[in-house]
Design a protein around this ligand. Structure first.
Ligand code: B12
Length: 255
């Protein structure tokens, strides 16, 4: 048998063999450099809840606003997780640990907010039927609460009829829906049709990784929001200008 040394061939053709990065090394390249945010993002990636809380405590101690840390630090860490998961560098068990650390961080930030919410109105939030991805919905709910809305959080994997029943009972200013999977987002259309059948015409703000403006524009009550903070902007707009969905789409949809 001929003994071939591949590195010899590569050297001959002037090709360097690349050393495969470990997940930790790959993550290190993506963390933000800011010394207050870095440990929080790293702890999210590592799924270390205690370190997440410790990092948040330090950041709040140095004057950072707890609610702005949700987007400014926790989400940054989750961004690293999402990217490396999509690239096949890390796998579901890692993601689950990070997701738990993220939830712990959101809960901690919520307990630290000093804002006294005067109720601006009620919003019902949910994650689509069949979908367990609730991190985005939890951010939406936390931001709405921090901005004075009374949030009725139905949780994740919520059956369509449960959403309809909650809207009938609570009569909110708006409903929000989150879907991260292309298979679950169709529940939004069903909710839209059932609400219209009952004569309920409230704005249905929809977001989440799987959803885009084209999809949300396909049903009458849908208003698309890309960022969790858009949910607050949409609610504020409704509060000040009424719930005309065409007007809301005119403002919040990119043309
Ligand atoms: C974390 C995660 C998980 C965690 C979820 C933990 C949890 N408690 O949420 C776990 C490990 C449990 C999980 C499981 C699964 N997952 Co997963 N998961 C992810 C991952 C890596 C990140 C998602 C996330 O949390 N992003 C961060 C949050 C903050 O983003 P977000 O929800 O989109 O929210 C932001 C905005 O969209 C917006 N927003 C959200 N909602 C709303 C609402 C309104 C009104 C507004 C205005 C804005 C808004 O605000 C947020 C930020 O500002 C993604 C990959 C990715 N790149 O997204 C895959 C991903 C979503 N998962 C996927 C899959 C397939 C699964 C599984 C089926 C895997 C499996 N084989 O078992 C299961 C699903 C089980 C089920 N029935 O739901 C696929 C979905 C593919 C698709 N398009 O259909 C993805 C895209 C991965 C992939 N590339 O294949 N997953």
């Amino acid at each position: 048998m001929i003994d071939i040394n591949p590195s010899g061939i590569l050297v001959r053709y002037n090709v360097k063999m690349e050393k495969k990065m470990t997940p930790e090394e790959a993550a290190e390249e993506l963390y933000p450099k800011d010394p207050t945010i870095y440990p929080i993002a790293k702890a999210i990636f590592e799924g270390e809840e205690d370190d997440v809380v410790e990092g948040l405590e330090k950041a709040i101690g140095s004057g950072k606003d707890p609610i702005s840390l949700i987007n400014g630090a926790l989400m940054v860490g989750m961004g690293v997780v999402s990217r490396l998961y999509d690239e096949g560098v890390i796998f579901l068990p890692n993601v689950m640990l990070s997701a738990d650390a993220m939830q712990a961080g959101i809960e901690f930030c919520k307990t630290k907010t000093s804002k006294v919410p005067e109720s601006k109105g009620k919003v019902v939030c949910h994650v689509a039927e069949g979908d367990v991805h609730d991190i985005g919905k939890n951010i939406v709910a936390a931001l709405l609460r921090a901005n004075g809305y009374d949030v009725v959080d139905l949780g994740r994997d919520v059956p369509v009829d449960e959403v309809i029943a909650a809207v009938e009972k609570e009569r909110p200013l708006m409903l929000t829906g989150t879907a991260l999977m292309t298979t679950t987002m169709y529940a939004f259309k069903e909710i839209n049709d059932k609400l219209l059948k009952k004569g309920i015409k409230i704005p249905f703000a929809c977001g989440g990784g799987a959803v885009n403006q084209d999809f949300v524009s396909q049903y009458e009550l849908g208003v698309y929001g890309e960022e969790a903070s858009d949910a607050v902007k949409i609610a504020d707009f409704i509060k000040e200008n009424g719930n005309d969905i065409a007007k809301l789409r005119g403002i919040f949809h990119k043309h």
